[in-house]
Design a protein. Sequence first.
Length: 261
Amino acid sequence: MNSTELLDVAETAARRGAQCLLDWVDEFRVSEKGRADLVTDADFASQKAILNHISECYPEHNMLGEEGLNRQDGDSEYRWVIDPLDGTSNYVHGFPYYCVSIGLEYQGALVLGVVYDPNRDEMFSAFQGRGATLNGTPIAPSRILTLDQAMLVASLPVGVTGRDIAIDRFLRVLPESQTLQRTGSAALNLCYVATGRIDGYWSSNLKPWDMAAGVLICREAGASVTSIENAEFTIEKPSLLATNGTNIHVALQSLLTETLF
């Protein structure tokens, strides 16, 4: 694998997808895939731009994307995992916390991750074994040691109700942390763990395209990524806990998995 070439293709594709998001910001139409699960014209335009660029460079590679993209061409050992707009609800409401996320698997293992935030012109990038960067500068997670000093973020399911376990988990952690937020973009949350802006993040309702790039960026920055239950992490299962790798990780696992009454 030529890591420099692959990263260049991924970053260019992310910028092209993000430009579509900016171009559509005052033009898009919104529809619902499910209760409170939004999709816009911008999602599809961004995915098309990303797909076109990667396909021009690597026509034989497989593709998986949020908006109905699932191209399996047989013998390729590469699969791109694409979220053309992570944070659609934020985008719809004009809240500038959304991004383009592009991950790459080789023989089933994550090897590349790129997340681009067009509002801040921030490109988070990582390649397996080469560390992680923000606009070319190496990044690392925080060293906060205790929950009472930690800034944490959680994802809640789309259309969540008060009886959902995700709400119970949120309320368990809230009084133990310094601050706990819900932001609306899993990919950016993971990048913010990687660069030390937040100290921990968890979710039990993500899809592969939400996580692929951000997880690789976290790992290459030196952060810890497991399932909430401390099992081996895989993007094919929705359970994720990412932290700075200090005692916070075990403390959060304990709170999130304690027996419900």
